[in-house]
Design a protein around this ligand. Structure first.
Ligand code: HEC
Length: 199
């Protein structure tokens, strides 16, 4: 009896081991070299290798890059000079809607936290939730209020753009610069924008 079960289990284990090895290898290295970021290495002191890895794109659909957790992410090329559409758009939206409280380049102010640090721990879902519903008083002061933007289309229609930009700031992929070059605005972005603003 004991002999029999061993004879059945051993080959099964071998098959399972074979099946898991390629899956692990694929996770560790995104297959498509075109998805890799090309960053400004003169800014390397500001790079966070762990977050750069976590936020790396594993696929792209219609100019929107997605990381291994399925969250929107950035794509930066040309030695850190060229940004995907959403990161570029997020930069602009941030400096229209958020920087008055959160400071230029997401560096923070005496009033509101540095979002370049917050995005190191806040998930995509949490980010969207805070943006739509606001947040109060997580700090001791008692006066600290993040307004709700749920009814503001100029913010909510660009929530992914803001998130992607702030992720690029959090990992250090995007230094404190005004984006010089960008990928073309994807058809999907045009369509989503029209539907969101109009509806
Ligand atoms: C009127 C000022 C103000 C504006 C404008 C504002 N925020 Fe905030 N935000 C705050 C304050 C204050 C907090 C801290 C709230 C708290 O203590 O929990 C905050 C918190 C947040 C947090 C959570 C940070 C953390 O570490 O928990 C996120 C994310 C955030 N804001 C995103 C944004 C984005 C994106 C925009 C632009 C669309 C924006 N905020 C615009 C004041 C503002």
């Amino acid at each position: 009896m004991q002999y029999l079960s061993k004879a059945v289990i051993a080959p099964l284990a071998a098959v399972l081991a074979l099946a898991t090895i390629p899956a692990i290898a694929q996770n560790a290295k995104p297959a498509d070299a075109a998805l890799a970021n090309q960053l400004d290495q003169s800014q390397a002191s500001g790079h966070d290798p762990q977050l750069l890895d976590k936020f790396a794109a594993v696929k792209v659909e219609d100019g929107k890059y997605v990381d291994k957790e399925g969250a929107p992410t950035y794509h930066i090329t040309n030695d850190g000079k060229k940004f995907d559409w959403y990161a570029y758009s997020g930069y602009r939206r941030y400096h229209a809607e958020c920087h008055v409280c959160h400071g230029p380049d997401a560096m923070g102010s005496t009033y509101a936290p540095a979002l370049k640090d917050s995005l190191k721990r806040i998930s995509y879902e949490q980010f969207i939730g805070i943006l739509a519903g606001g947040q109060q008083n997580s700090s001791a002061g008692g006066q600290s209020v993040m307004p709700s933007f749920g009814d503001n289309k100029n913010v909510m229609c660009y929530a992914d753009d803001l998130y992607v930009y702030l992720k690029a700031r959090a990992s250090g992929a995007m230094p404190r610069v005004r984006p010089g070059d960008k990928e073309d605005k994807p058809e999907a972005a045009k369509k989503a924008e029209k539907e969101c603003l109009g509806g």
